[in-house]
Write a new protein. Structure first.
Length: 88
């Protein structure tokens, strides 16, 4: 699945680091067809999603969230320095 999106990063004192991204175009490769639009994922088009960032230094990104029971969790992402395609 490939999703092109727009994003905004909140720099206000209320939600600093809150990343909001909105899906624009969602495609996938199915049975050898490239950029095949998938109807089910089309439901996501225009939908806003939020990631609460608590740390980002260009290499490490830590997000915080809460599960349905209200238990706090963290996800840690690391930039692959050898991956030249990460921005594409």
């Amino acid at each position: 699945i490939t999703a092109k999106s727009t994003y905004m990063i909140d720099s206000s004192p209320l939600n600093p680091g809150l990343v909001t991204f909105i899906y624009q175009d969602i495609t996938t490769d199915v049975f050898g067809f490239k950029n095949f639009p998938v109807g089910t994922f089309g439901l996501l088009k225009g939908r806003a999603n939020y990631v609460e960032s608590i740390w980002f230094d260009g290499v490490i990104w830590i997000e915080r969230g809460y599960n349905p029971d209200g238990v706090e969790f963290f996800n840690v992402y690391l930039k692959d320095e050898d991956d030249d395609n990460w921005q594409k």
